[in-house]
Design a protein around this ligand. Structure first.
Ligand code: LMR
Length: 399
């Protein structure tokens, strides 16, 4: 069956991790895949997760199926986290949430479901966007269009062009946004800009789909959800894909959620019925462990506080490494200003390094960076920062 078929190219992010594992340079550094590392270069299990797992192990009596939509307490907890406890959306039952296998699973289930009712639909994605967005939506049957976002010259947001493009998006199309910590650029919209996006969505009747994979990694759990809150203030249809890979460190538990918000409770109920049909034929119902762990932490005051503290520690370490990178580069004799990296938020930084420099760093120094120049700032540690800065300085001199 496969003899005349060409092999597919390796994934631009996970393929890099595979190559990194085989790298023999003893000083190698992986700045590719978006996985948090502590200053010792480890990806630890959070203490609040360990505590919740202990509780779960003690009280678990059965491994029978969960409902198609997952554990109901998990869905409630997700809604409180993404909308805020007192949100009108929750009070008026305008949201339907399922446990999806990771943020990717949430995006894919949402895309699959929407494609049922909009077979030749188009999804608009930012230029640039996370490499997997295109694949997820095109495999579900969507045509892909791009809206202007990152301006390479200013190293910031191209707001005017972005706004003009959104004003021209046809009614019924999907528009995919990064709710915070834009991946790959680290450049986010401000409060007024989100307000304007929500206004345009309402006026033009296209459907916002918020990819919310990094809640708590920019400023705080509350400030990072402003985009979701502002959409919720409008009585419009929109979707949110959440992920607990990063903020709970539950990468391999595939713990995400898809939330559909509708203008009324009845419409949300209809959405849930179709969501369940979509899930049933793909994976039937979700795995339990990650969702139960998150629900245990979020529904317990002391575990919740512990989680907020651990999340803050991760966020602050990343912010510290951003500063160390900028200071380290400016202390070396390089003719480029990298201070813009301090203004970016989240796990990633669009470094401005070009593909030649990226290849040079990989081949000569064992430093792995995703094509396009995205650096996982969380991969920097006090042990490797000097090596990375020296190597970048050397790459600039060699070029
Ligand atoms: C990333 O962007 O590196 C992460 O979100 C991991 C992934 O699934 O690509």
């Amino acid at each position: 069956m496969w003899k005349d078929i060409e092999a597919a190219p390796a994934d631009s992010i996970f393929g890099l991790t595979e190559a990194f594992r085989k790298e023999t340079n003893p000083r190698k550094v992986n700045l590719g895949v978006g996985v948090y590392k502590d200053d010792q270069g480890r990806t630890p299990v959070l203490q609040c997760v360990k505590a919740a797992e202990k509780l779960l192990l003690e009280k678990e009596e059965s491994k029978s199926y969960l409902p198609i939509s997952g554990d109901p307490l998990y869905s409630q907890c997700v809604q409180r986290l993404i909308f805020g406890n007192d949100s009108e959306v929750i009070k008026s039952d305008r949201a339907a949430t399922i446990h999806a296998p990771g943020g990717t699973g949430a995006l894919r289930i949402g895309a699959q479901l929407l494609n049922k009712f909009n077979a030749n639909g188009t999804v608009w994605v930012s230029t640039p966007t996370w490499a997997n967005h295109m694949g997820i939506f095109s495999d579900a049957g969507f045509a892909i269009s791009q809206y202007p976002y990152y301006n390479k010259e200013s190293k910031g947001l191209d707001f005017e062009d972005f706004e003009q493009c959104l004003l021209a998006v046809p009614e019924g199309d999907l528009v995919l946004f990064h709710a915070c910590c834009h991946n790959p650029s680290g450049v986010d919209l401000g409060e007024q800009q989100w307000r304007r996006v929500a206004e345009i969505a309402e006026e033009k009747k296209w459907i916002p789909f918020l990819d919310f994979a990094y809640q708590g990694f920019s400023k705080s759990l509350e400030l990072d959800r402003r985009a979701v809150e502002l959409m919720a203030e409008k009585e419009i249809d929109f979707l949110v894909a959440s992920s607990f890979s990063k903020n709970f460190g539950l990468y391999n538990e595939r713990t995400g959620a898809l939330t559909i918000v509708a203008p009324s409770a009845r419409e949300a109920e209809v959405a849930m019925s179709h969501l369940k049909k979509t899930v049933r034929v793909i994976y039937s119902n979700p795995p339990a462990h990650g969702g139960l762990t998150v629900a245990t932490v979020l529904s317990d005051d002391s575990l919740y506080k512990q989680w907020v503290g651990e999340l803050e520690e991760m966020r602050n370490r990343i912010i510290g490494m951003r500063t160390a990178l900028v200071d380290g580069l400016s202390a070396r004799d390089i003719d480029t200003d990298f201070s813009f990296i301090k203004d970016q938020s989240g796990m990633f930084s669009f470094s401005g390094l070009n593909d030649d420099t990226i290849s040079w760093l990989r081949n000569n120094k064992g430093i792995y960076i995703v094509g396009g120049g995205r650096i996982n700032v969380a991969g920097l540690t006090s042990k490797n920062i000097d090596y990375v800065c020296d190597s970048i300085a050397e790459a600039f001199k060699t070029a």
